[in-house]
Design a protein around this ligand. Structure first.
Ligand SMILES: O=C(O)CCC(=O)C(=O)O
Length: 262
């Protein structure tokens, strides 16, 4: 049985939060107050309403029992001033830098919408999916309360030192994943769950009637370079290659998404 956790929420990356992250491979922080959450929801609605082909952002859809639904948008910070400021300046960047132990820079960003009926994600670590960088940290900024019912993240504590054996789609091998001690971390809207690039994580489907939207920026150590443009160039080339080969591009460079991309 997966244990459900409501861990301490730190105000920012003070020494205690950094120690928690170092020990567990994840830490929960406060990011936005009630007004900030309202503003963020408005921004996410704006991004979701952008047409597919009017810019270089990417929208991905999945087939749910209610038909095709948006499951992910990415590469939107160049086109949205509010989201760019939230993710590339101030407390978010400061926390990423404190957790990396050196100045950080935004590597990539996405929204996972996980609308009602939206699918979950297989056990995986992010490190194998991110070319070019060795030192990076990701987080989930909860746009809506994330709960067990709507598919919050589940993590494994203290297992962020190694890349675990993978299956042929880049997820953690099933026999290894089932031996790990998973904890479900419920995250309230406006809080942020930071996790190391090698922290094993997974999530269930959204079985509730409400959306579970979350914003996921990833930061790398600036010393490795500002590689965001390279990342999206590589990703678009890989998606184009998959489509040209007659397959579906998918939503990710690894096969962690359990839904039916359309
Ligand atoms: O949003 C989720 O439920 C999981 C997301 C995730 O693990 C990913 O996008 O790699």
């Amino acid at each position: 049985m997966t244990q459900v956790l409501r861990p301490p929420v730190f105000d920012g990356a003070d020494d205690e939060a950094v120690d928690h992250f170092g020990m567990k491979g994840w830490v929960l922080t406060h990011t936005l107050d009630v007004d900030g959450v309202q503003r963020l929801r408005g921004w996410i609605d704006e991004v979701a309403s952008w047409p597919d082909d009017a810019g270089d952002w990417l929208h991905h859809r999945e087939l749910t029992d209610d038909g095709p639904r948006l499951c992910r948008s990415e590469n939107f910070t160049p086109f949205h001033d509010g989201l760019r400021a939230l993710l590339t300046e101030g407390p978010m960047l400061d926390t990423a830098s404190a957790l990396l132990g050196e100045p950080a820079v935004l590597y990539k960003e996405k929204v996972n919408y996980k609308l009602p009926g939206g699918a979950g994600y297989s056990p995986h670590q992010d490190a194998p999916a991110y070319p070019f960088v060795t030192s990076h940290v990701s987080c989930m900024v909860a746009v809506d309360d994330a709960t067990v019912d709507n598919g919050c993240l589940e993590v494994v504590s203290g297992r962020h030192n190694d890349v675990l054996p993978m299956d042929d789609v880049g997820c953690i091998r099933a026999d290894i994943a089932e031996q790990l001690e998973w904890v479900a971390v419920e995250v309230r809207a406006g809080e942020t769950l930071w996790f190391h690039s090698r922290t094993p994580h997974r999530s269930g489907p959204n079985t509730s009637a409400q959306a579970r939207r979350a914003l996921y920026p990833t930061y790398n150590a600036l010393a490795e370079g500002d590689l965001r443009d390279d990342y999206y160039r590589e990703k678009l080339a890989e998606f184009a290659k998959r489509s040209a080969a007659g397959g579906h591009a998918g939503v990710s460079l690894i096969g962690d998404f359990q839904g039916r991309p359309v």
